[in-house]
Design a protein around this ligand. Structure first.
Ligand SMILES: [Zn+2]
Ligand SMILES: [Zn+2]
Length: 168
């Protein structure tokens, strides 16, 4: 899941992960509640050391049948006895309008695709091996967490700061 697709990530899996998924039939589709804990390996932003990271996933998705099947959806929502989606303060277990929507063909749910998307959203942009990581020496490349190399390092010129935000 981490390796596939165009939107790549530098994180690698550290251990197998398990997922708890709960589906509930609602008018027009399904409600999915899922929870997982994924352990990944990434490189520390400052010193590049391999860093283990625990990423908890906990999400609720409204799975709506694709528009090509909207005729069926209308029939389903007019079923008698279904929960009233318009009712304010109803005792429904989910508020359908407040959660993210995904489409599916009405027959099969691509749980892998959904999970991948949620996982990529949950992964942090970068990771630090520890909050006070000293990083690498900009002159000799030594890991400053392990040794003082004695190089003279000038503070970065503030005029170049803005260039750091530019992505190539
Ligand atoms: Zn580090
Ligand atoms: Zn150095």
């Amino acid at each position: 899941m981490l390796a596939g697709g165009e939107a790549g990530t530098d994180y690698r899996p550290a251990a197998p992960a398990s997922l708890d998924a709960f589906f509930e039939k609602v008018p027009g589709g399904l409600m999915l509640k899922a929870r997982a804990s994924v352990t990944v390996l990434g490189s520390c932003k400052r010193c590049l050391a391999e860093t283990r990271l625990n990423v908890p996933l906990d999400f609720t998705l409204s799975l709506v049948r694709a528009p090509s099947l909207s005729r069926e959806r209308e029939e389903a929502s007019s079923e008698p006895g279904g929960p009233n989606r318009e009712g304010e303060g109803s005792a429904a277990s989910f508020d359908v309008r407040s959660v993210e929507e995904e489409q599916y063909d009405g027959k099969q749910v691509n749980l892998g695709g959904i999970l991948r998307e949620q996982l990529l959203l949950a992964l942090p942009m970068d990771v630090l091996c520890r909050e006070e990581c000293q990083g690498l020496c900009s002159v000799c490349g030594a890991n400053l967490n392990e040794a003082r190399c004695g190089c003279e390092r000038k503070p970065p010129d503030p005029r170049w700061e803005k260039l750091k935000g530019i992505k190539l």
